[in-house]
Ligand binder design. Structure first.
Ligand code: GDD
Ligand code: MN
Length: 383
């Protein structure tokens, strides 16, 4: 078997021959966000355990600030098997892994974390299983005989158990550790799922298993989840929310896109806030209707911007300076919708003697349509 060794020429040298080197058999997709000090030890271990296998590694880096990419580049100078996909203005473990897999061509692809928590020694056995048995997927599992999570506290173990139980709602196959972020899959099996995947959040395996057009034939191999080597975990409270979004998207299916569901939810909260403020301004503060409606719409707009930035567009979240810029573009372009909102509401209130709340809802509805159309194109545009 041809082993894909690093180039014998220095970078920049002109390559004379056109020797044909077959592509790798196995691609490792490794998502990274600030993992500089883990990259070299990981590559060294991969090099050791994967001896005799033609492999490559694609690091999918979400714009790390700690020099992770420099480290990968440094190693790649003498190891042509390493590549890096640099994403800017985007976030998300699942979407990073999916893009990494899509950037590869090899028949087998493994996904693993960069922080050495996943036991790389399992990789050759995973590959052997996929080749020898009628399987689509081999999962590194902490919850089968021989596997484990080390010294997790009870809270984290409980959370993981609850997430696993909820995952059963959408999974089409039996699996002990659907939360695992360590697995190897045949490319054709991935292709059968990728078009339906939600790519939201952390739990790519749940997404994959729930999205496949055919039941996935899988096997779980035990391993011990290790302690993180260097750096910090990126798992935060928001991961739980993203997981619920993923489940909702899987259950609602292809009928309603998840972003629309979220935007409508935020819009619903906005309507309640709008009506509350409008009612208070009119009936308690005794302001004029136009002023009250304008005030309510203004506050609801700022609230909607912040909530959508946090929940609906969490993968493109605007921060710091960009948050302010986003708020300004949002406010500017929505000026037209804002005028429409107040204008329509006032018109209905004055000339059709509609009740104040009906006029308020009509105005807010017009404003929301504007907000959605405008925000997706201008404020949270894809990079
Ligand atoms: N590109 C990219 N983008 N990488 C990310 C992102 C992201 O938004 N978030 C995390 N990563 C990378 C990290 O740099 C690391 O290499 C890997 O994904 C896992 O992140 P951790 O922060 O170490 O997550 P964890 O250890 O809490 O979670 C792991 O275990 C879970 C099971 O308990 C992951 O493997 C999860 O997938 C798994 O569910
Ligand atoms: Mn980790």
């Amino acid at each position: 078997m041809a082993v894909n060794v690093g180039p014998s020429v220095a970078p920049g040298d002109r390559v004379q021959s056109r020797a044909l080197v077959p592509g790798p058999e196995l691609t490792l997709v490794i998502p990274t966000m600030n993992e500089r000090d883990n990259v070299a030890p990981l590559v060294e271990r991969l090099d050791r355990v994967l001896a005799g296998i033609a492999w490559e590694a694609i690091f999918v880096d979400d714009d790390s600030l700690d020099g992770t990419r420099d480290e990968i580049r440094r190693l790649s100078e003498r190891d042509g098997r390493l590549r890096c996909l640099h994403r800017i203005g985007r976030r998300g473990l699942s979407s990073a892994c999916i893009e990494g897999i899509q950037a590869s061509l090899s028949p087998y692809v493994a996904v693993m974390d960069a922080d050495l928590q996943h036991d790389e020694a399992l990789l050759p056995a995973m590959l052997d299983c996929l080749k020898a048995e009628p399987l689509d997927l081999v999962v590194g599992s902490r919850y089968v005989e021989g596997g484990g999570v080390g010294d997790w506290d009870r809270r984290r173990a409980g959370m993981s158990g609850l997430a696993t139980a909820l995952g059963r709602l959408v999974l089409k196959v039996r699996i002990a550790d659907p939360m695992s972020g360590f697995f190897m899959i045949r490319r054709d099996a991935f292709e059968r799922a990728v078009r339906s995947m939600s790519a939201v959040g952390f739990k790519i395996l749940v997404d994959l298993l729930a999205s496949s057009s055919k039941p996935v034939r899988l096997k779980e191999l035990p391993y011990q989840f290790r302690q993180r080597h260097a750096g910090e975990s990126k798992l935060d409270a928001f991961v739980a929310w993203e997981y619920l979004v993923l489940l909702a998207d899987k259950i609602l299916g292809p009928y309603v896109p998840v972003r629309f569901v979220l935007f409508s939810m935020v819009g619903g909260i906005g309507v309640v806030a709008h009506l509350t403020i409008l009612g208070l301004a009119l009936n308690v503060a005794h302001l004029s209707f136009a002023l009250s409606q304008g005030l309510a719409a203004g506050i609801a707009m700022i609230g909607n911007f912040a909530l959508n930035n946090f929940l609906t567009y969490s993968d493109r979240r605007l921060k710091g300076w960009n948050f302010l810029k986003g708020l300004v573009t949002f406010a500017l372009v929505c000026g037209v919708g804002y005028a429409g909102n107040v204008g329509v509401a006032k018109y209905l209130f004055d000339s059709h003697s509609s009740s104040w709340w009906l006029a308020g809802i009509a105005g807010a509805a017009i404003g929301s349509v504007w907000n959605y159309a405008v925000s997706s194109v201008v404020t949270w545009k894809r990079k």
